[in-house]
Design a protein around this ligand. Structure first.
Ligand code: UFG
Length: 316
């Protein structure tokens, strides 16, 4: 297939683009490099640097079999401080993309969505049928796009799949996580092992969990990328399907820090700080639907393996 990958110079986008090239697809990456890196665009992809909202129509006029849409703003705290950046950068931009796809008859869309669309869960593991009550603007913006996609699928026959990621981690060889503003646990802990950060601050240890720290479902970025290729091939015209992607196991912040100590051999000092506003205590995915309907099986679920791949990437 000839595929457009928006945000293909970012973490998840670059890994997915690399996997699609490995799978024999023709891949064009569109990215404005606002948070991505030109050298993260995988070999074998054509790279178009530009503002998605402005150039989507021109690019799609060449004719594509599908779009994988990763380009987005994704910092939860920033989304609360500067909501316009998220309504404009995520929602308005995605609407422009949908219109360009309709205009040029692009038949398939795989959208990078998030567990943040659910907010504080009532039941864990979280199924796709759980209520969507996002607790931050980032999650709300992604949920708004999901609604828009549903209406485009119904009205215009788009074949669409949204994938709701839990905590993406690890690396795919030379493609990995390099955020200028890093907020994610595993890369921050690895910075301590690298000596660029003194200690890791645990965001609260008075949560109602086994060891008092928050529990998350860490999914290896390569497993996540594989789900995108499956989603593309299973997308059905006129339907918008939504799948959660996680490993189905929960690991606490302390368990993650211990895994990083085992993998790096560094003592990694940790201090306990206050809770981070808006953090749910426990997020674990039910990926039963993705397994049943897409035939997806995450293969890299071992936490030490996930951390080891992130560490190999960070140590490059
Ligand atoms: N944490 C710390 N110390 C840190 C950083 C994080 O203790 O320095 C904790 C957090 O409080 C949280 C856990 O580590 O309990 C994981 O935090 P991340 O920031 O790595 O990930 P989140 O679970 O907050 O975020 C993920 C996705 C977001 C999404 C969110 C939905 O990365 O895109 O889930 O709640 F919005």
């Amino acid at each position: 297939m000839k595929l457009l990958v928006t945000g293909g110079a970012g973490y998840v986008g670059s890994v997915c683009a690399a996997r699609l090239v490995e799978g024999g697809h023709e891949v064009v990456v569109l990215d404005d490099l606002s948070t991505g890196h030109a050298d993260a665009v995988p070999d074998g992809c054509r790279f178009v640097r530009g503002d998605l909202a402005e150039v989507a129509g021109d690019v799609l006029s060449e004719g594509y079999d599908g779009v994988l849409h990763f380009a987005a703003k994704s910092l939860v705290a920033e989304s609360m401080a500067d909501p316009a950046k998220y309504w404009d950068g995520n929602v308005v931009t995605s609407l422009r993309l949908l219109e360009a796809m309709r205009e040029h008859g692009t038949p398939r869309l795989v959208f990078s969505s998030t567990a943040a669309t659910y907010g504080q869960p009532e039941e864990v593991p979280i199924p796709e049928s759980a209520p969507t009550r996002p607790t931050n603007t980032y999650g709300a913006s992604k949920l708004a796009i999901d609604y828009a996609i549903t209406s485009y699928a119904r009205a215009h026959g788009l074949a669409a799949v949204s994938l709701r990621y839990f905590n993406v981690a690890g690396a795919h060889g030379q493609y990995g996580e390099r955020h200028t503003v890093e907020t994610h646990l595993i890369p921050l802990v690895l910075q301590v092992a690298q000596g660029t950060r003194e200690h890791i601050q645990i965001a609260g240890e008075d949560w109602p969990t086994e060891d008092g720290t928050c529990v998350r479902d860490y999914i290896h970025v390569t497993d996540l990328a594989d789900a995108h290729e499956l989603a593309l091939s299973h997308a059905v015209g006129g339907e918008h399907r939504i799948y959660n992607l996680g490993s189905g196991h929960g690991f606490s912040v302390r368990e993650v820090i211990d895994a990083c100590r085992r993998v790096t051999g560094h003592p990694i000092p940790a201090v306990v700080g206050p809770r981070r506003p808006g953090d749910p205590d426990r997020l674990i995915a039910s990926s039963t639907l993705a397994r049943a309907e897409l035939g997806w099986t995450p293969e890299r679920t071992d936490l030490d393996r996930i951390v080891a791949d992130a560490w190999a990437f960070a140590s490059r």
